[in-house]
Design a protein around this ligand. Structure first.
Ligand code: HAS
Length: 542
């Protein structure tokens, strides 16, 4: 990566590691409070802490890591940024950082205890929303740099297929930009005027629907960078080849199509949305599962092909040939493995009848710890172990590789403890987002307590893992021996078909995406506006 772009990416990663440390501490306190054995000091509120934990980890840490990673990947595969592109990316970074600081101050002042989903009817101080708006605008400006680089590459290489990783970065950011229009709309036109006291009421159903229009693709904004690693970087690390460039691109295009028109699967029990639209969006949700199944197929094929090329025999002989001593691989592989139960849980959530059982229970919290906090974050750790030294001109030594391995394994143990007990407790009916209570000595609530203690055990192990991560990060950024750490980029397998040029046809992909969104959202939004609560004024936004 060009040294100047490397600095840009590193700036993002410094915020990432600080966010991990703060959010992780809040997570530890969270599990301790829920175990019933600990009370929060200094008058800190339960929801204040939960908001801090969710916003800092789910929104801030992920966004900074992803933007830093995408800038590095694009600079590496499509060429160094021009001065203009780099300036834009820095402006994006500055906006992200200022927005984060504003939002964090409001949370710390207990003026924004509205959870990471921050939709109405919970209301925060206007500065919190202004901060989040800056975060979104910052990500738009950052993505403009990526789009410009891609355009420049296309112009310089007419008739050629774009580099796979740059293509994937463009899809990820396009999806993100389209999705954030929803949350920006509700924040600017509904929530901010309401929070500033300019209007007295708010159309809650509409606000939540606009939020979830963004909220679901948000989870794929987290996932897609991990998929970039699984498809295009892991094959190189293991010494193998990418199974198929076209299949990888197709799965990204399908994720662009189907990740947005499915937000209503988060609202299956909410009033105001016709069941027919809930049904349609559930069907679309099952379509968004397909690219993930394609990904699983492609990964198995990559691993098996590599193993067989090394002489592996039998059905699973290839498994033994994988480079288990390499933390970059092993940690990421465990993340992939975790995505199997994580994804299966998602399919349960999306199944309308089963959703009624798990919705708003702590099962959902278990689901997203298994997907984002386990599969995705382990992959990000795996990336940090080669990308940080690559960017700082250092190397991952054997000793640090060992520590990285311990870090990944402690994360795995902690997350298994925490997430599986959340899943079981959820099936026993325990609500999510509630402080400890014995519910007046109810027998049902007594059944939940052992699982809450298991979560505190998991949370403590996770915190140890975070301390290790911070230690290795600091070592790789400032103290590891100087040297050249490889930026691994996989090559496509020899037998794979040539990638058709149609993949760079954005009019087609964006056109289909827009049609799907219009189809899935127009009537539900019209209904929500027309059937606004009595007393709603003006455009029925409030
Ligand atoms: Fe989800 C709620 C449905 C994926 C995150 N989800 C959430 C929330 C979050 C979240 C944060 O339909 C809570 C939001 C809140 O606070 O209220 N989710 C799905 C579905 C999928 C899915 C169908 N979710 C994710 C991902 C997330 C994430 C990814 C973060 C990164 N989710 C839901 C629904 C709700 C929900 C409902 C609302 C519930 C409610 O009522 O509130 C699918 O995309 C999953 C597809 C995945 C697969 C797995 C493929 C496996 C692969 C690994 C291969 C492994 C290999 C290694 C090759 C089908 C690719 C193996 C080697 C061996 C040796 C075995």
């Amino acid at each position: 990566v060009d040294a100047r772009d490397g600095k840009l990416a590193m700036a993002h990663f410094y915020v990432f590691i600080v966010a991990l440390a703060i959010g992780g501490l809040a997570g530890l306190l969270q599990t301790l409070v829920r175990s019933g054995k600990f009370e929060l000091p200094f008058g800190i509120g339960y929801y204040q802490l939960l908001t801090l934990h969710g916003v800092v980890l789910a929104l801030v840490m992920t966004t900074f890591f992803i933007m830093g990673f995408l800038h590095a990947v694009v600079s590496k595969t499509a060429g160094a940024y021009t001065n203009r592109q780099r300036t834009l990316a820095w402006i994006g970074f500055a906006l992200l950082t200022i927005g984060t600081i504003l939002a964090a101050i409001m949370i710390l002042l207990n003026e924004a205890s509205v959870l990471y989903t921050f939709y109405a009817p919970l209301q925060a101080h206007a500065v919190f929303y202004i901060g989040l708006t800056l975060v979104i605008v910052g990500s738009w400006v950052g993505s403009a740099a990526v789009f410009m680089k891609y355009g420049q590459w296309r112009k310089a290489n007419p008739g050629q297929t774009s580099p796979l990783l740059t293509f994937m970065a463009v899809i990820t950011l396009m999806m993100w930009d389209i999705a954030t229009i929803g949350v920006a709309t509700t924040v600017l036109f509904q929530i901010l005027p309401w929070s500033l006291g300019l209007v007295e009421t708010i159309n809650v159903g509409l606000s939540r629907t606009l939020f979830w229009y963004f909220g679901h693709p948000l989870v794929y904004f987290w996932l897609l960078p991990a998929y970039m690693v699984w498809y295009a970087i892991i094959p190189k690390i293991i010494g193998g080849k990418i199974f198929s460039d076209s299949l990888a691109r197709l799965s990204f295009v399908l994720l662009l199509f189907f990740s947005i028109p499915v937000g209503i699967h988060h609202q299956l029990v909410e009033p105001g949305i016709d069941p027919a639209w809930k049904f349609i969006q559930v069907v679309l949700t099952f379509l968004v599962v397909i690219p993930s199944l394609m990904t699983a197929f492609s990964l198995f094929a990559t691993f098996e092909n590599y193993g067989r090329s090394q002489g592996a025999k039998g059905l699973f002989g290839w498994f033994k040939k994988l480079p288990w001593g390499d933390a970059r691989f092993t940690i990421t592989f465990i993340g992939m493995l975790g995505f199997i139960p994580g994804g299966a849980g998602g399919i349960v959530n999306a199944s309308h009848q089963m959703n009624a059982l798990v919705h708003n229970t702590i099962w959902i919290t278990g689901h997203f710890h298994m997907t984002v906090a386990f599969a995705v974050i382990l992959t990000f750790y795996g990336v940090a172990y080669w990308l940080i030294p690559h960017l700082t001109g250092r190397i991952l030594t054997k000793k640090m590789n060992k520590l990285a391995m311990i870090q990944g394994i402690t994360w795995t143990i902690g997350m298994i403890f925490m997430s599986s007990s959340m899943h079981i407790e959820g099936l026993l009916g325990a609500p999510r987002r509630s402080a400890f209570s014995d519910y007046g000595g109810a027998a049902q609530a007594a059944e939940w307590i052992p699982y809450q203690i298991a979560q505190a055990v998991g949370g403590s192990i996770l915190f140890i893992s975070i301390i290790l991560m911070v230690y290795v990060f600091i070592n790789l950024a400032f103290f590891a021996p100087k040297g050249e750490q490889e930026f691994p980029i996989g090559e496509v397998a020899k037998g794979a078909e040539k990638t058709p040029l149609v993949f760079d046809n954005w009019k087609l992909w964006l056109g289909i995406s827009v049609v799907l969104i219009i189809f899935a959202y127009t009537l539900p939004l019209v209904d929500l506006i027309q059937n606004a609560p009595p007393g709603s004024k003006g455009f029925k936004l409030w």
